[in-house]
Design a protein around this ligand. Sequence first.
Ligand SMILES: *[C@@H]1O[C@H](CO)[C@@H](O)[C@H](O)[C@H]1NC(C)=O
Ligand SMILES: *[C@@H]1O[C@H](CO)[C@@H](O)[C@H](O)[C@H]1NC(C)=O
Ligand SMILES: *[C@@H]1O[C@H](CO)[C@@H](O)[C@H](O)[C@H]1NC(C)=O
Ligand SMILES: *[C@@H]1O[C@H](CO)[C@@H](O)[C@H](O)[C@H]1NC(C)=O
Length: 266
Amino acid sequence: MLVLLLKVATVFGFFASPVLTHGIVTGIVANGVYTQGWSLDFYYDIVNGESYATTPGWYEDALDSGFIPPSEYQDPNIICHKDGRNANISATVAAGSTVEFQWTNPWAHNIGPMLTYVANCNGDCKTSSASCRREKYDTDECKQIDKSTLEFVKIDESGINFTTQEWAAGVMIANNASWTSTVPESLAPGHYVFRHETIACHGASTLGGAQNYPFCLNIDVTGSGTENPTGTLGVDLYKETDPGIYFNPYVTLTNYTIPGPALWTG
Ligand SMILES: *[C@@H]1O[C@H](CO)[C@@H](O)[C@H](O)[C@H]1NC(C)=O
Ligand SMILES: *[C@@H]1O[C@H](CO)[C@@H](O)[C@H](O)[C@H]1NC(C)=O
Ligand SMILES: *[C@@H]1O[C@H](CO)[C@@H](O)[C@H](O)[C@H]1NC(C)=O
Ligand SMILES: *[C@@H]1O[C@H](CO)[C@@H](O)[C@H](O)[C@H]1NC(C)=O
């Protein structure tokens, strides 16, 4: 009964308003293979002790399918969304190839940049065991990778087209709510966390008014690359006063400073 109520509640959006304007990465296509990302239903499955689909999408607790505000840029929640915890399997992609990220469709926020980062786990990205439940995550059995040590390298970024004034988020929406990033060919093979993000900037004229939607997935990179670029800790990616975070988007823009560290394309 409890399960039923919770699921009905999600369907009718009691936890989320308005449900269609927010969301997550629901799936990816890597190496031509579709893999599910995350689903809010999994949260209730876990809480209710039910089994749920095994996916490389990180666990997260954003019950309103919402965002991380700039006031949490120096909080662990910005790393891989609210209470983000690593998945226990990984997808695979070849360096030089692409990962398509599919967002909740339709997606409503068409003002803002799109960004993709990778962080090398320097070992396994997937340490939790099958029996791990949310309330046991801090036990030895369910030891998680320490996301606060992950160093993120930005491999893809897109802001606004100054000719058309179309934002990357608008391109994502027009592309069936999906965004495709290329994995640099020279990136060393290994176990990585991919952090894909859109920053909704419709409220960016107000300090703290931007909305970050980060989402993480475990993806192993294959190939013969040799480069291990230096990354940035998640809590050091952004400041609420960054020029691309706190600005007026309702004028004709002739420059836009894409948030985050420098782009690395190999
Ligand atoms: C991963 O977690 C899921 C959900 O708890 C579980 O069904 C699956 O067996 C686990 N897989 C591995 C490889 O641990
Ligand atoms: C901006 O849009 C114009 C018109 O569609 C296009 O020709 C141009 O290539 C775009 N610029 C960039 C940097 O994508
Ligand atoms: C559009 O994206 C959805 C997932 O959001 C997918 O199921 C569907 O196949 C896609 N449609 C096309 C035409 O690619
Ligand atoms: C545009 O450039 C000006 C001058 O360098 C800077 O002050 C402003 O923050 C930039 N605007 C954006 C949105 O990046």
